[in-house]
Design a binder for this molecule. Structure first.
Ligand SMILES: [Zn+2]
Length: 351
């Protein structure tokens, strides 16, 4: 089961890379630049150590004591295409660092600070795997990731002086979503803000279709109490929408579903959808990919391409935050979480 999840995480990581990589390489035969600086294409840059170690549960289940910067390199490589603009990669590095240092609850792996499963912590790729995926451009792409991590060293996003929950997703419709509407808890920095990405995003618009019978079977498998009348036109209600444009509620066979539940049930890439019925078929038209809360990765890349810095990108997507060197008390609480656990945990961290 765990292996399956890890395999899925790796697959998603690869898909995230490969699709946009192909698209952007067509647009920029040189593999993309990074603003006004030149990234070495023949010599690998050194990644400086952060001086802070994390216990990372690897895809094979082992726990490895890893320097924070090294861990972040693997997260940025897995979470964002290396062809993206340097300022977008930096925004991702800061979001990933913030997540790693604020995520002290770790019920799935009490002996590790973080794991490499995107559904639990953040996606992560071993350097050798990332470089193998990149092929001929591996040195330049590795250097872009190295610069994103090293040039934002120790920086995190703070709200009211505390690290934020740095949620991010692949792409949004016109706007991101509020955490309150999608997850049911309010975070002042996770509000609905405009997001500039559009048709340049691979599979930005997708459709998913079900025949009447397929839809009925799918819903009744999950909700046996669902009740479908003779006329399919009456099976689905008109959805209601959140502030940011994703579905808030939709009633299916008399069962009220949240946008997120409908997204999962009908295998949609996001809850930003409309649905139509014609000729015995339901058609879901979907925009974007992901939950829509926090930073949009493609939106970050659009902002960077238009000249925004990583700090501006982070402050756009996380309302009211500052980007600063990680305060001492946050490092101290990481240490305390690492040494304050049971003996097994201390052994791992101190080995
Ligand atoms: Zn985890």
């Amino acid at each position: 089961m765990i292996k399956k999840i890890i395999a899925a995480a790796i697959l998603v990581g690869l898909v995230l890379f490969l699709i946009p990589m192909g698209l952007r390489q067509n647009a920029k035969p040189d593999g993309g630049g990074s603003g006004d600086r030149t990234v070495p294409t023949d010599t690998l840059l050194d990644l400086p150590k952060s001086g802070h170690a994390l216990a990372v549960q690897m895809p094979d289940g082992t726990i490895q004591n890893t320097d924070l910067n090294e861990y972040l390199w693997g997260v940025v490589a897995a979470e964002m295409p290396a062809t993206f603009e340097e300022e977008a990669l930096k925004a991702q590095a800061v979001a990933a660092r913030t997540f790693a240092l604020s995520n002290t609850e770790k019920p799935n792996h009490p002996d590790a600070d973080v794991c490499t499963d995107y559904a639990c912590c953040q996606a992560w790729l071993a350097r050798a795997d990332a470089e193998a995926n990149w092929g001929a451009d591996a040195v330049e792409k590795a250097n872009k990731i190295t610069l994103a991590v090293s040039e934002t060293a120790d920086q995190i996003a703070l709200y009211d002086g505390a690290p934020i929950q740095a949620a991010f997703h692949s792409s949004s419709g016109d706007s991101t979503q509020t955490a309150a509407e999608v997850w049911g808890y309010d975070a002042p920095y996770l509000q609905a803000v405009p997001s500039p990405e559009g048709e340049e995003v691979p599979d930005y618009h997708t459709t998913v279709t079900y025949t009447d019978q397929e839809l009925k079977d799918l819903v009744q498998e999950k909700y046996p109490e669902a009740n479908f009348g003779a006329d399919p036109e009456t099976w689905l209600s008109e959805p209601t929408y959140n502030t940011g444009g994703t579905v808030d509620k939709i009633t299916v066979g008399g069962i009220e579903l949240s946008g997120g539940q409908a997204r999962t049930l009908f295998s949609l890439r996001s809850a930003c959808f409309t649905v139509a019925h014609a000729d015995g078929t339901f058609t879901f038209s979907v925009t974007g990919f992901g939950h829509g809360v926090g930073m949009s990765q493609y939106g970050a890349n659009s902002m960077a391409a238009a000249g925004s810095t990583y700090t501006e990108i982070l402050q756009h997507y996380y309302t009211g935050v500052t980007v600063e060197d990680c305060p001492d008390w946050v490092w101290a609480s990481l240490k305390a979480a690492q040494t304050g656990g049971d003996d097994a945990e201390s052994e791992v961290v101190n080995e």
